[in-house]
Each structure stands twice: as structure tokens, then as C-alpha cells.
Design a protein around this ligand. Structure first.
Ligand code: SF4
Length: 330
């Protein structure tokens, strides 16, 4: 994200909440892309309220990643950049500040019209642009397209919203193709693999429309699967963060691996990184933590890191042609 991009951090609402609740100790948690704004925002809030501000320095990649320790130490924790997940509601003093982008989408959506081939267009985006989907829909309708903005499962707060681990809103209704509004390739790639349909990215930050390309990703995944084919000892990774923890899945995978006369041990940890796993000697890992880890850090682990679906391919339970990205659904 460039520094000159305009985002609404809802500072005045935050100040009101602090004043109305008389909170004295306030925590702020930012995803990686907003951390450089942290000191300035903290200063603004401190000046207006007199509250003691504590900023979380831990990594934060999603709403699954609430800093529970900090939440326990402060009266209120403001978690920026993500919409609340259904299972985040247990943290009672956490306010999710969604941070909408003010980037204009009109030009790039207009530009996409000549590249869209189908009639029924599924509109998808992240929470930053979700308030612009209706406008995008009107533009496409004016060009004779039918727009679909579907509700996802219970993890998805807004129609048309996708997460890096949940593409359910894209699958909800039949579409000819998809238009993703936003930057980055991961979410639209997940939609392309999950639906088998063409996906265009309309990036309002660089005013560019491009088609999602999955071949590089598939090549990488094929190499990872190939390296794990003869593995006899697997390490199944479970993340202890409440929003990512899938112990039940890990236990199922362990049972499956043993059924095929191979062995698996479950490793639970908070932050899953190549460095944290360096000392474990296994033939392959299977990731049940954030699904992005296996993809984003490909090639950086000391053993092939499989997704649960890829493990099934290694064990001969699933065909390669049916490969989709891992999801954490409701
Ligand atoms: S599990 Fe990963 S992709 Fe899903 S919300 Fe958390 S950080 Fe995002």
C-alpha cells in the first residue's frame, strides 16, 4: 500500500467509544500494512482522550489474529483492518475497525467492461472495498451485465467479501466469471481455483485490469507435492491462535496418515514461520494453520509444506485435477 492512499481509520468514532466507556487503557492492533501508521494514530487518540495507549507489536494478518494477551491487559482493544469473524465474538472488549479505502473504483470498473466475456459477473473484494461493490454493480449493469454479489458463510461479514481462507461468497451462486476489486493476487487466485472460472482483477490503486494466472502457483504446488510423495514421517501444524486453531482437522489427518502406514506427529504453535520449524526433522509438514502460510512461504521451509488437500493427493485419496486452496469455512 502506498503512503498516499486514503484510508478511513474511524478515529473520531474510536475517540467517542473511549470517552463513552471511560476507558483508561487502550490497546491498538494493526495488520502489517498499517503498522507504519500506528504511532501517528496512537498520538491522535492519546491527545484527544488522555488514555494510555499500548500498541501490539505482534504480527497480525487477519481477524483470526486478535492479540488476546493485550486484550486482557487493557480496557478496550481496537483491532484495525479486518471485519469480525463469527468466532471472534468471544473477545468482549475488542472493537473491529474495518478501515475502508477511499480509492475510486469507477475508472477501473469501466475499464474492465471490455475484458469481461460473460453475462453473469460475480463481484468480489476484501473488506477495504466492500462499500464500493454496489457502485461497481451499477456500472456493469449499465453495460448490460448481470451482477451477482452473494452472501458467504457465517465467517463472512459482507456480501461479496472474500478472505484469504474463505471464498464461500464466490461459490454461493452460479457466475460466468468474476471481477475482483482490489490489489494482490492471492484472493482472486483462490476464487479461480475454487470456482474453476475466469477471474479478472480490477486494481483501483494502479487503475489496471488483469486476468488471474494460476499456472505458476499450480507449478509450485505440484513441486511441493512431488517432494512429499515418499514421506514417511509428517509434522501436522496446528496454530494456537483461536481464529486459526483446527485441532479436529489435525487429528483426522493424523488418523488418515496412519491408515496409509505412515506416521504423523501434531505440532502446536502460535506463530508458524520457516524459522520456528527449522529444528523439526520430518519428511513433510501439513499445515492446518492459516492457509496462506503454505502458499506465501513456499520453498522456505526445511521440508515440503502441504495443505490438507495436497496431503490427500500424496496419499492417493484425491486427484491432482481437483486441487483447490485450503479454506477455513464456517
Ligand atoms: S486464517 Fe489467514 S487468510 Fe484466514 S483470516 Fe486469518 S490471516 Fe486471513
Amino acid at each position: 500500500m502506498a503512503d498516499n492512499e486514503a484510508f478511513d481509520f474511524q478515529i473520531s468514532s474510536i475517540i467517542n467509544v473511549i470517552k463513552n466507556t471511560d476507558a483508561k487503557n487502550v490497546g491498538l492492533q494493526f495488520p502489517e500494512g498499517f503498522k507504519r501508521r500506528a504511532a501517528g494514530i496512537a498520538h491522535e487518540i492519546e491527545e484527544a482522550t488522555g488514555a494510555q495507549i499500548i500498541i501490539s507489536g505482534n504480527p497480525c494478518y487477519g481477524a483470526c489474529d486478535v492479540d488476546v494477551n493485550l486484550a486482557q491487559k487493557v480496557d478496550i482493544l481496537f483491532h484495525f483492518g479486518h471485519a469480525m469473524l463469527d468466532d471472534s465474538s468471544y473477545v468482549k472488549n475488542v472493537y473491529f475497525i474495518e478501515v475502508r479505502s477511499n480509492a475510486k473504483v469507477e475508472d477501473v470498473v469501466n475499464k474492465s467492461v471490455e475484458k469481461l466475456k460473460g453475462l453473469r459477473i460475480g463481484l468480489i473484494t476484501t473488506v477495504q472495498h466492500v462499500h464500493k461493490l454496489q457502485l461497481a454493480c451499477e456500472i456493469l449493469q449499465a453495460h448490460g451485465k448481470i451482477c451477482i454479489i452473494s452472501k458467504g458463510d457465517a465467517k463472512i461479514a459482507y456480501p461479496g467479501q472474500v478472505l484469504g481462507c474463505n471464498f464461500s461468497s464466490a461459490r454461493a451462486e452460479l457466475c460466468d466469471e468474476y471481477l475482483y476489486i482490489g490489489s494482490g493476487n492471492f484472493h482472486p487466485m483462490g476464487v479461480a481455483l475454487s470456482t474453476g472460472k475466469r477471474v479478472l482483477i480490477a486494481d483501483p490503486f494502479v487503475n489496471e485490469v488483469r486476468e488471474v494466472e494460476t499456472s505458476k502457483l499450480l507449478k509450485q504446488r505440484s513441486a511441493v507435492i512431488g517432494k512429499a510423495m515418499d514421506a514417511t514421517l509428517f509434522g501436522i501444524i496446528v496454530c494456537s491462535k483461536p481464529g486459526q486453531e483446527r485441532m479436529a482437522l489435525a487429528l483426522k489427518l493424523q488418523e488418515l496418515i496412519r491408515k496409509y502406514s505412515r506416521e504423523a506427529k501434531i505440532i502446536i504453535m502460535d506463530l508458524v514461520t520457516p524459522d520456528q520449524l527449522l529444528q523439526f526433522k520430518v519428511d513433510a509438514f501439513v499445515n492446518t494453520a492459516c492457509p496462506r502460510i503454505a502458499i506465501d512461504d513456499v520453498g522456505r521451509f526445511n521440508a515440503p509444506m502441504l495443505t490438507p488437500a495436497e496431503l490427500e493427493i500424496v496419499l492417493g485419496q484425491k486427484k491432482w485435477e481437483n486441487l483447490v486452496l485450503d479454506e477455513i469455512t464456517a
